[in-house]
Design a protein around this ligand. Structure first.
Ligand code: UDX
Length: 441
């Protein structure tokens, strides 16, 4: 059993804390946000994640999990300290590392015995060297410490499962002591555990995310090709996916990737390559293709509606993917921005969980309305655009939907319906890389 402190109990930090407690370790979660700490002490989750509440309860009940607002409470009694604070992007695309620096300074100030400081948030390569330098400069008592990198691969919506059943665990260390401590922490996992140097571990994280993003941009280009050739991208993805060297995952064509990781990571990785003198144009292209998906969608809207001026459009799906309320880098925000640049396009927006987040970003006005159901978004609309593949949308009563629309046109950025079925129901249906259903009068 290890004594662990987790600094920053956001999505990654809280999942790490409850899962390590579940594994039997003694964990203290620390965060500046007093309200969040109070909430957690009462066993209340600050965001939705399947299974999180049960593990939080269990950890608190068994006395393996505690929370504090004071960094000193966490640092003094723990041997392993995870840094899971936010690294938001600043204006020029680089990550703002001030919270990581603040955590490192606090560790230096409060450590009285050996500490292993582990970076877990997605951070630019070489961050560990900065953490080490920061602690080193302030470490007046000369206390021994190590830094390590233990990148996290969890996805929102399946985070607990991803933590408990990882495809692999990556540990970047510089000393035998740090290696042994990390191996003890993950004792009992039967997946491959890869022990590397720190830079390699940091690059594994960026290289993995960028590769998944590359798969998505690749299939999106294949989708465009399929449309021109009269082929079906879903079948192409299936046909490719049976090849074990390729795999079917992350080959769903659509409006492109969003979220807090892929867009940021691809740009950051490309920038890092440039800094190191490596011409990684491939990654710039991945990013460029992704950014271009909204124009593809705009082209489809124009193909369907001819003139956009004065039209009413219903938008279904604001979250960057289903089962989350996260709208960071969501295609929806890009489309809204793009449509607001047209004169007098009016939009009715609906999402299952992300309405309040989007309302903050784009307050309602005469051109933007937030409505309570997909049918309200469809009312009097000249077209509907689908941007998130929520289950609720897959189960829509399409006859009812059609009956409230001014013209039955759907532009589906996530390919959730079958073109032939939509044709039977009398819709014009524009999708991504599959047969588009268009009436020829
Ligand atoms: C991702 C990584 O999967 C995870 O390992 C890492 O730790 C954090 O970043 P997440 O951002 O939660 O996780 O979502 P993910 O499920 O990977 O989807 C990312 C984006 O890609 C979404 O916008 C999704 O809609 C899009 N996507 C995904 C596609 O467009 N097509 C696909 O085939 C798969």
């Amino acid at each position: 059993m290890s004594e662990v402190c987790v600094i920053g109990v956001g999505h990654v930090g809280l999942i790490t804390a409850v899962c390590l407690a579940k594994l039997g370790h003694s964990v203290i979660g620390v965060d500046k946000n007093a309200e969040r700490i109070d909430q957690l002490r009462r066993g209340q989750c600050p965001f939705y994640e399947p299974g999180l509440e049960d593990l939080l309860d269990e950890g608190l009940q068994r006395g393996r999990l505690s929370f504090s607002q004071r960094l000193s409470d966490g640092i003094v009694g723990s041997e392993i300290i995870f840094i899971c604070v936010g690294t938001p992007a600043v204006a020029d695309g680089r990550a703002d590392m001030s919270q990581v620096e603040e955590a490192a300074r606090a560790v230096a100030q409060h450590m009285t015995g050996y500490k292993l400081i582990v970076e877990k948030s997605t951070v630019p390569v070489k961050t560990s060297q900065w953490i080490k330098r920061t602690i080193g400069l302030l470490n007046r008592r000369g206390v021994e410490f190590d830094v390590a990198s233990n990148p996290e691969f969890l996805r929102e919506g399946s985070a607990i499962h991803d933590f408990m059943h990882p495809d692999r665990i990556v540990i970047g260390v510089e000393s035998e002591r740090a290696k042994q401590l990390m191996l003890r922490l993950y004792e009992g996992f039967d997946c491959p555990i890869l022990v590397t140097d720190i830079s390699t571990a940091e690059i594994i994280k960026h290289a993995s995310n960028s590769f998944l993003a590359l798969k998505i941009s690749y299939i999106n280009m294949i989708a465009d090709l399929c449309e021109r050739a009269g082929a079906d991208v879903r079948m192409v993805a299936e046909g490719m996916g049976y090849d074990a060297r390729i795999g079917r995952a992350f080959l769903d064509a659509g409006v492109g990737y969003g979220g807090s990781c892929f867009p940021k990571d691809v740009k950051a990785f490309a920038a890092l390559a440039e800094e190191l003198g490596v011409d990684f144009g491939l990654l710039r292209e991945v990013d460029r293709i992704n950014e271009g998906r909204i124009e593809r969608l705009m082209a489809k809207l124009r193909e369907a509606l001819w003139v956009l001026n004065g039209k009413q459009i219903g938008i279904l799906g604001l979250a960057f993917k289903p089962d989350t309320d996260d709208i960071r880098e969501a295609p929806s925000a890009r489309l809204i921005e793009r449509l607001l640049r047209e004169t007098d396009v009016r939009m009715k927006l609906y999402d299952v969980k992300a309405m309040s987040a989007m309302r903050e970003l784009y307050p309602p006005d005469e051109r933007l309305a937030y409505v309570d159901s997909p049918y309200e978004a469809a009312r009097d609309a000249e077209a509907i655009v689908i941007l998130t593949e929520w289950d609720e949308f897959k189960k829509l009563d399409l006859v009812k939907l059609k009956s409230v629309m001014r013209t039955p046109i759907i532009v589906d950025g996530r390919n959730i319906f079958e073109p032939d079925h939509m044709q039977e129901l009398g819709f014009e249906y524009y999708c991504m890389g599959r047969k588009n259903i268009r009436n020829h009068f």
